[in-house]
Design a protein around this ligand. Structure first.
Ligand code: BMA
Length: 885
């Protein structure tokens, strides 16, 4: 939003009167476009786009292949080890002598660079997340030569680590399986760009955001932010408008500011005075009490209403700025209160006064090369987020603070954002230069992002409290003190202080996972940040049986948990060649960045399924991919359903789980990972499952001590009267052996409660000749009108032990219906995990990966681009569990 505002502002004032006597408003001129790019010794010279990076420039010029192809991440390591220079000439777009101040503004430089204009060094950069503004008033001429001389991020990080000689700041290097670079914690750059356990090492260099010249007299608006608040005593909304100016005038600048929100019948005018230097205007606009304010709600809970608003600054001497923005109204509270019957504290979010169960996932960078993350791609992934019934994402601390458009879309779609600061899985230095750089970064990012209603939380880092508590880096006890001190210095005395000063409207936590207030009590570092009685937890266990809910922590808030799977063959095919297409190829090993990951997937799958077997190696590879996706979807279903059904109860002091964010939403490249969306946006089976297990109304089945329980889970705002339908099928027959309808089930708004209970033995007896191996239980909830839950099921045994499951004849006929396509599926027997795959055709189904107990089912395909029915017919492959043996 802010970027849009700035552009509007520049458009409104840009260049106006610039060539006449005394220009009133500022002038702006972007230096986007084609630059000259050369490597350290001048042996490689090409043109490169700004915004952009060296890798994508080389790729566009055909000087390298797709960096994601096969083993190219290793082959192209030289690119990041070299020191590149971007340069160009440009004409001053205006008569520079007419302006009091001319700045060179970089919205983002990646990362370490010296900036020269006409051979004069005008500044240096060392932080990818900072915004840099250099005063070039005395340097700029009519025709100019600008150079941005980069130093390799890898060499810089190594050098910084070497010169930090007093004590080491671990980890030195990532584990070898990640094939990455060392000392990333010494550079303020996307931490996963030096490799991660799901991503390649591509430490980019480049000007990754806009760069422009800004010229002004008098004063210039740098930041403009809106923060809503609700004053309970007055029962009134107000809006804090903060404007930060650079004032170049030697005298105070007096002006009039008018704020107008027509739909809320609110218009106010203020007299303001800016003193020379950096000036701030903070205005509090009280919203007309007779207007009804529609609040902004998370997806699934209401509309995302925003109000058009105009702010006009009349700063004298004809200097007028008009800003058009959207004002949103919502409150957020992180509730950490005692819970009767439970030690510890709650940990949940209240939005507009309503406790909301957080459903979603964790966001990582959508590409190693940020300039390839298009707005179309963001829209697609974020739309897929709400389409899967999610209402939140955590922007994880090892990536980047996302581009403005990301947050704009989240505002519009109602996706709540848990925003980490960019520190992850490491200890960090706190020397003066480093801290200053971080302080500037945090100040900038909070100012840039705080107007977004989607952001509901600031969080200091990813897992760094846990790293100290668990002594991940084997620091001898006697040396620990300095690291504890550094931790508090960074996340509490600096980051937290800045956040509290800049934004009082949202909660701040120091880390994830953390024990929240309890960690604060323990000097900000808990001995066990994974404590289920406090704060949030991360939980990973690849060895235990994932269908067994008793292995999961009954936590207050599950902010990370997950299992890996392989992306589909059509996605892998683009970056591999024939010899790579097996589960144990060098390629398959190379793309797996998590030690033993490929084995863990087979181990987990093997607990409940027979592993695929085929003499055709390609079929075997595809079937194995399919089974890893089945395993992942089923595991995360079990775990998420456990968290959702734990929201209203306390058992042995644990429970009241109010959030489930699985790890991870999206992929950075084509490789095995925890993601539910593949690189490019294709839905894995898990994402289709998420649509069900995150449904607003859901029945959840599980067993405890030989008893089947069904819970009702509701995110609805009112209590509802429901009928629970339970059916039992023999695997060998499509006709249920028994059905049962339980009427008059009431489920309270925003709660989970047991609605059905039956000992398994009774159920088996009641339903003819059922055994655990021969039968399966399915169920759904039905309410008044359209209200209906998705269907759910409970397996009574592992499917590898199932008796009566047949290889079904499964077929599909496709017909076009407007922009959509209907797939009529027919089967001859009960079919578990039916999977429709249309290869590279972009789009998604309305359902997939399901258990088919009916003979016929219609599935709808939503294409993301116009396609022809013949292409769908040609690309379609149907797979189900029994097809892989
Ligand atoms: C979590 C994350 C990431 C990692 C994931 C899977 O701890 O914070 O660091 O990718 O686990 O290992």
């Amino acid at each position: 939003m802010l970027r849009r505002l700035l552009l509007l502002l520049l458009a409104a004032c840009g260049g106006r009167g610039a060539l006449s006597g005394s220009p009133p408003g500022p002038a702006g001129h972007s230096l986007r476009g084609s630059w000259r790019l050369g490597n350290g010794d001048g042996s490689v010279v090409l043109s490169g786009d700004v915004p952009g990076c060296v890798h994508t420039a080389l790729l566009r010029q055909g000087l390298i292949q797709d960096p994601y192809y096969r083993f190219n991440d290793l082959a192209y390591r030289w690119i990041s080890l070299d020191n590149w220079t971007y340069s160009r000439t440009f004409k001053a777009p205006f008569d520079v002598s007419k302006w009091q101040k001319v700045n060179l503004v970089f919205e983002g430089v990646d990362t370490v660079a010296q900036i020269l204009i006409n051979n004069v060094t005008v500044g240096r950069t060392d932080n990818m997340f900072n915004r840099y503004s250099f005063d070039i008033t005395s340097v700029i001429k009519e025709v100019n030569f600008i150079e941005v001389r980069f130093l390799s991020a890898i060499s810089y990080a190594a050098e910084q680590s070497r010169s930090h000689s007093a004590y080491s700041v671990p980890p030195q290097c990532p584990p070898p399986v990640q094939k990455g670079e060392c000392h990333v914690n010494f550079i303020r750059k996307e931490q996963c760009s030096f490799s991660w356990d799901w991503g390649p090492s591509f430490p980019t260099q480049g000007i990754w955001k806009d760069v422009r010249i800004e010229a002004y007299n008098l004063c210039h608006l740098i930041y403009f932010t809106l923060t809503p608040s609700y004053v309970k005593s007055a029962q009134q909304w107000s809006l804090e408008i903060e404007s930060v100016f650079d004032v170049v005038s030697s005298k105070p600048v007096v002006g009039l500011v008018t704020v107008n929100i027509p739909k809320l019948q609110t218009q106010q005018t203020y007299t303001t005075e800016l003193s020379p230097g950096e000036g701030r205007i903070v205005l509090l606009v009280n919203i007309n009490k007779s207007a009804t304010v529609q609040t902004w709600w998370p997806s699934g809970h209401g509309n995302q209403t925003g109000y058009d608003m105009t702010t006009t600054f009349n700063m004298g001497a004809g200097y007028k700025i008009e800003k058009f923005s959207k004002a949103y109204f919502r409150t957020v509270e992180l509730v950490e209160d005692p819970i009767p019957g439970s030690p510890g504290l709650s940990f949940y979010f209240r939005i507009n006064g309503l406790p909301i169960f957080i459903k979603g996932s964790n966001w990582i960078p959508a590409d190693s090369f940020q300039d390839r993350v298009s707005s179309d791609m963001l829209k697609l992934i974020l739309q897929s987020t709400v389409d899967a019934n999610m209402n939140a994402l955590r922007v994880w601390g090892g990536g980047v603070y996302e581009q403005d458009e990301f947050y704009d879309i989240c505002d519009e779609l109602g996706i709540m954002i848990w925003q980490d600061f960019m520190f992850a899985c490491a200890l960090y230095p706190t020397d003066q230069n480093y801290l200053e750089s971080v302080r500037a970064e945090v100040t900038h990012q909070v100012k840039r992002l705080k107007s977004h209603p989607c952001i509901i939380l600031w969080s200091g880092n990813n897992e760094n409290e846990a790293a100290i508590a668990g002594n991940w880096f084997s620091i001898p006890h006697v040396e620990m003190k300095v690291y504890l001190k550094d931790y508090v210095t960074l996340y509490v005395k600096n980051i937290r202080e800045i956040v509290l000063a800049e934004d009082k409207s949202r909660p701040y936590i120091t880390s994830s996972p953390t024990n929240g207030k309890e960690s604060v009590k323990k000097g900000w570092l808990s001995p066990n940040p994974y404590d289920t009685h406090y704060g949030d937890t991360h939980f990973y266990d690849y060895l235990s049986d994932c269908w067994n809910w008793t292995v999961y922590p009954k936590t207050r808030f599950a902010s990370e948990y997950g299992f890996q799977s392989w992306p589909s063959f059509s996605t892998l095919e683009k970056v591999s060649s024939t010899e790579d297409w097996s589960y144990t190829s060098n390629f398959s090993l190379h793309r797996q960045h998590h030690a033993a990951g490929n084995d863990q997937m087979l181990h987990q799958a093997g607990l409940h399924f027979k592993l695929p077997w085929n003499t055709d190696p390609l079929k075997l590879f595809k079937d194995t991919i399919y089974l890893t996706q089945v395993m992942q979807a089923q595991c995360i279903k079990a775990e998420t359903e456990f968290y959702r059904r734990s929201q209203s109860e306390i058992i042995n002091g644990e429970g009241r789980t109010m959030g489930s964010l699985y790890w991870q939403l999206n992929d950075i490249w084509q490789a095995p990972s925890w993601a539910s969306l593949e690189y490019g946006g294709k839905w894995k089976m898990l994402h289709y499952f998420a649509q069900h297990f995150f449904a607003p109304l859901l029945p959840v089945g599980y067993e405890d001590d030989g008893v089947l329980y069904i819970y009702g889970v509701s995110d609805l705002h009112s209590d509802c009267e429901l009928t629970l339908q339970v059916s039992v099928h023999q695997w060998s027959s499509m006709k249920p052996v028994c059905t049962l309808a339980k009427e008059g089930v009431t489920l309270k708004a925003g709660s989970a409660a047991p609605i059905y209970k039956e000992p398994i033995n009774d159920l088996l007896k009641r339903c003819g000749n059922c055994t655990r191996q021969s039968c399966v239980v399915t169920f759904y909830l039905m309410g008044k009108g359209e209200l209906r839950s998705p269907g759910n099921y409970h397996f009574l045994s592992s499917l590898k032990d199932a008796v009566g499951l047949e290889k079904a004849q499964l077929s599909a006929t496709i017909s076009q219906q407007g922009d959509l396509y209907a797939f009529v599926l027919q089967t001859t027997a009960i079919t578990p995990f039916v999977w429709l795959d249309v290869g590279n055709i972009p789009g998604r189904f309305n359902d997939n990966g399901f258990l088919m107990t009916e003979k016929r089912k219609v599935v709808v395909f939503y294409p993301w681009e116009p396609i022809r029915i013949e292409e769908l017919e040609k690309s379609l492959s149907l797979t189900s569990l029994m097809d892989i043996y």
